[in-house]
Design a protein around this ligand. Structure first.
Ligand code: ACO
Length: 324
């Protein structure tokens, strides 16, 4: 018994925030952002549009692609670091909106690796008897972005992607997943205020601690090393060579990180899904949005061998190999 992706879908908010728009907000330039990150524009949720709203749209599209009804679902997992509320779980709001009356629902917090971590959880549940798990990565990063901090505000965007993971007894399916973490590096990417360590207060607001802080340059170096390491061990675990991979779908954080990884792995750019230019870093939503676009563009077909690679706060890093 394998777990396969039976349907995929994504949703991004309508509002586009360009680099030219950011030039009017902080001391930056379109040229700096494009050269240092590869990002041209990103999507921003409308006022009142929250994580579950994006997740529901992506989830509906994935269900349609899989030819299933919400009532077929056994479980909904929402990977996010920008849920609607500290509690309840955003997955419960999605469960209600979709009408998934037989589904368990919970959130998973692993930042940019959330989707791959959740895929791994879904894989394990399918192997122990569940039939259909809806895995969603959904983020409203704009809600935790400090729009006065040029070091971070140019990087992030909002969006959601979803995959229906179903039991399959054929060749297709998730071949393996690989998950890593190193909490010693937790301070590289952090929202320092608003949690139980430093609950909401005037001090939190005054010092802007409710927003994401990142040591970008240090993160960059660890990201390149970690993505290379986990790709190599994933290939080795499956007795595969880089040449066997039809498409590498990485977390879209920064084009320079991805080019360094491609070079280290001798992976040609034609075999890499890139859309960071249009969406920026959408954290847990980034890989499922990229997967959905790759399917719709015909870059992933039945039988394609697809490798995922993610990296983010925690620190966490993760990968998966899927026979589509
Ligand atoms: N516009 C103009 N100048 C800027 C901007 C900006 N938007 N942002 C920073 N700068 C300046 C800095 O102030 C610095 O100036 P200084 O030398 O005078 O101090 C200079 O540019 C260089 O800054 P660096 O931080 O060294 O730039 P770097 O080349 O490392 O690029 C970046 C920064 C894009 C953040 C990069 O380090 C990066 O992408 N890091 C990894 C991000 C990542 O992968 N995060 C993981 C996922 S996030 C999550 O988990 C939620």
């Amino acid at each position: 018994m394998k777990a396969c992706i039976a349907g995929i879908g994504s949703y991004v908010p309508a509002r586009v925030l360009t680099n030219a728009d950011l030039e009017r907000m902080v001391a930056t330039s379109d040229e700096w952002i494009r050269e240092r990150t590869g990002i041209r524009e990103r999507r921003i949720a409308a006022t009142g549009e929250a994580c579950s709203d994006l997740a529901v749209q992506a989830g509906k599209r994935a269900l349609t692609a899989a030819g299933l009804a919400a009532t077929d679902l056994d479980m909904i997992l929402v990977a996010t670091c920008t849920g609607d509320y500290p509690l309840p779980a955003t997955a419960c709001l999605v469960q209600y909106q979709l009408g998934a009356t037989k589904a368990a629902a919970c959130d998973l917090s692993a930042a940019c690796c959330g989707f791959v971590y959740a895929l791994s959880v879904a894989d394990a549940y399918i192997k122990t008897g569940m039939r259909h798990v809806l895995v969603i990565g959904s983020e409203v990063m704009s809600a935790i972005t400090d729009w006065t901090d040029r070091n971070t505000c140019v990087l992030f965007g909002d969006g959601a992607g979803a995959a229906v993971v179903s039991a399959s007894d054929g060749e297709r399916g998730i071949l393996s997943t690989h998950l890593r973490s190193d909490g010693a590096l937790c301070e590289l990417i952090m929202v320092p205020g608003g949690g139980s360590r430093t609950p909401p207060s005037e001090k939190v607001i005054d010092e802007r601690l409710q927003y994401i802080k990142m040591k970008g340059n240090e993160t960059f170096k660890v990201a390149v090393r970690s993505l290379e390491e986990i790709a190599r061990s994933t290939l080795a675990a499956n007795h595969l060579r880089v040449e066997d991979i039809d498409l590498y779908v990485p977390h879209q954080a920064n084009i320079r990180i991805l080019k360094a990884v491609m070079e280290r792995l001798s992976l040609p750019i034609e075999k890499v899904m890139l859309n960071v230019d249009r969406y920026g870093n959408t954290s847990a939503a980034s890989i499922p949005i990229a997967l959905d676009e790759a399917v719709r563009e015909g870059r992933i077909k039945d039988g394609s061998l697809v490798m995922l690679g993610a990296f983010g706060a925690g620190l966490t890093w993760a990968s998966a190999v899927i026979r589509w």
